[in-house]
Design a protein around this ligand. Structure first.
Ligand code: ADP
Ligand code: MG
Length: 284
């Protein structure tokens, strides 16, 4: 690599995450479950990388380690070449503005006691305490505009919105610090198919508008096919196949990928936009 080349936005090297489970008996050793058995990947600015694999293969563990919410026993997570687990708390807070997350459950991840405005502002409050109230209000409005919610939504509460709209609130919260990377762990898995397409289209539009990179995790191949450029297939804590989404999903080389594909009928990339259903989300 050229000495002046910029490091990739995200680089994960040989990540190992083990969980020690409760001992089964007084004289038995505590069993160790290896959730990540040496995972490596890179993600460039503006790129969308999918992680697919069946439930329990380690996708969410990978997301938590990348977000520095959990410390791995081995390996490194480098954001713009900097090891997130080697940063001071202050430097980690500064770096955290650049990477945000969206999770599957738009109900559980939004505090029902807080207004949308407070929820969306939370990353600014915790990561950019120097931002004053007027600037914060402006950024909340910009984030709501970006996800297609009315500004009046700011004073309402999560329960007043539909599932798709709640996920838009979670996306607004992720956008508010203007990140370069969004880690999305099953972001549309809890939504109806028609609403899934709308949220995926929004995420594709936001990627273009803000040059976002996504680490997009899903057990659903049709979802990954529609929104990612490249894909890593995970099985039991390892990446068993990697390549362009089109290549991997049309001509898989690994038996495990073939078995995942056999479980669902195939479809074309960006199919969600082309086949977007006409019905609109209705608030609950
Ligand atoms: P996925 O998101 O692909 O469904 P996870 O990353 O949630 O997979 O889990 C990978 C494996 O690690 C599973 O066997 C799961 O039971 C285990 N696991 C995840 N989190 C914990 C934890 N906090 N304690 C013990 N085991 C865990
Ligand atoms: Mg998971």
């Amino acid at each position: 690599m050229n000495a002046h080349a910029r490091p990739p936005l995200l680089e994960v090297r040989d990540l190992v995450r083990e969980y020690t489970l409760p001992r089964r008996g007084l004289f038995e050793k505590a069993p160790v479950l290896t959730a990540l058995a040496g995972v490596s990947l890179t993600l460039a600015r503006g790129e969308s990388l999918g992680i697919v694999g069946e439930s329990g293969c380690g996708k969410s563990t990978l997301a938590r380690c990348v977000m520095a919410l959990e410390r791995p026993q081995g390996g490194r997570v480098l954001i713009e070449g900097r090891d997130v687990f080697a940063l001071s708390r202050r430097d980690l807070r500064a770096a955290r503005k650049g990477f945000q997350a969206i999770f599957q459950d738009p109900y559980g991840s939004l505090d029902p006691r807080h207004t949308v405005s407070r929820i969306v502002a939370e990353p600014i409050r915790s990561l950019e305490p120097e931002v004053d109230a007027a600037a914060r209000a402006r950024r909340i409005h910009e984030a709501l505009d970006a996800v297609g919610l009315p500004r009046a939504a700011a004073e309402r509460y999560p329960h007043e919105f539909s599932g798709g709209q709640r996920q838009r609130i979670a996306i607004a919260r992720a956008l508010v610090t203007r990140p370069a990377l969004i880690v999305a762990d099953e972001p549309v898995s809890a939504l109806d198919v028609s609403v899934q397409a709308q949220v995926l289209n929004l995420m594709m539009d936001l990627q273009e508008e803000f040059g976002l990179a996504y680490l997009f995790i899903s057990h659903d191949l049709s979802v990954v096919r529609c929104i990612t450029d490249r894909v890593c297939v995970m099985q039991a804590g390892r990446i068993v196949e990697e390549g362009s989404t089109e290549a991997v999903l049309t001509a898989p080389r690994h038996d495990y990928t073939k078995s995942l594909l056999d479980a669902v009928p195939g479809s074309g990339r960006r199919r969600a936009r082309a086949g977007e259903p006409r019905e609109q989300e209705t608030p609950s």
